[in-house]
Design a binder for this molecule. Structure first.
Ligand SMILES: CC(C)(COP(=O)(O)OP(=O)(O)OC[C@H]1O[C@@H](n2cnc3c(N)ncnc32)[C@H](O)[C@@H]1OP(=O)(O)O)[C@@H](O)C(=O)NCCC(=O)NCCS
Length: 195
């Protein structure tokens, strides 16, 4: 599957897919609001999926955050292709880790990321409300995800889960301590093994 950088002519489609899936083009990650349609992005051709991300340089290193990941049709390799290409790019740019935040009820995403060697590095109980996700947005996401997973019995959404994948191998080859918090609200350190 071919994956490429977004191009200016993708913009209307990017806004459409984000609006359909998130109820708008903005995402709220750890109390910060981002205009996801303006972020750097990878597109799976032919408009089969979208990954938006950001790279942050901090005094502890370079970190990337996957802000949104959407496959138009699930289980056809789109999400995998987008994540793999993003990771290759980030490794070349010496980014230390790729992080993503999802909600406790998104079992499909939690499974997807952990299958790809992301580790759960932070759980914030009750943070969905404190991060001021609007009810409208939450409803849209919930309905969409139910559609994608096709599964009954949704779990109520309350907690934010951050997953991290270490991108660089270190000479020791073993687990290393990674400062996962470039956001001011996170200060914990965790052991993460590159895989
Ligand atoms: C989560 C999400 C991005 C995953 O993307 P995806 O395109 O469905 O993922 P993939 O198809 O690459 O992989 C899913 C499974 O399908 C399987 N698969 C891939 N291609 C396949 C094919 N041609 N035939 C059968 N199975 C296939 C993969 O093996 C994979 O299984 P694994 O995870 O056990 O290895 C997607 O389900 C989605 O858009 N969800 C809604 C939005 C969302 O929740 N985003 C994440 C929030 S942060």
């Amino acid at each position: 599957m071919k994956v490429r950088d977004k191009e200016p002519e993708d913009q209307p489609w990017i806004e459409k897919i984000l609006s359909e899936r998130l109820g708008g083009v903005q995402v709220i990650v750890h109390n910060e609001i981002f205009d996801a349609h303006l972020l750097p992005a990878l597109v799976a051709v032919e408009k089969d999926g979208l990954a938006t991300f950001r790279i942050q340089q901090t005094n502890r290193g370079k970190f990337a955050e996957l802000m949104t990941l959407d496959a138009v049709t699930a289980n056809q390799g789109v999400g995998t292709a987008l994540v793999e290409v993003l990771i290759s790019r980030l490794r070349v740019e010496f980014v230390t880790a790729l992080r993503v935040t999802t909600t406790n009820d998104n079992l499909n995403a939690l499974r997807f990321y952990q299958r790809r060697a992301f580790r759960i590095t932070e759980v914030r109980p009750g943070a969905v409300n404190s991060d001021r996700l609007s009810n409208r947005t939450v409803d849209v996401i919930a309905r969409f995800r139910q559609l994608v997973s096709g599964g009954p019995g949704m779990i109520s959404r309350s907690d934010l889960t951050r997953l991290t994948k270490l991108l660089q191998r270190f000479k020791s080859g073993g687990a290393v301590q990674v400062e996962i918090g470039s956001c001011p609200d996170v200060s914990q350190r965790v052991n993460v093994s590159p895989r």
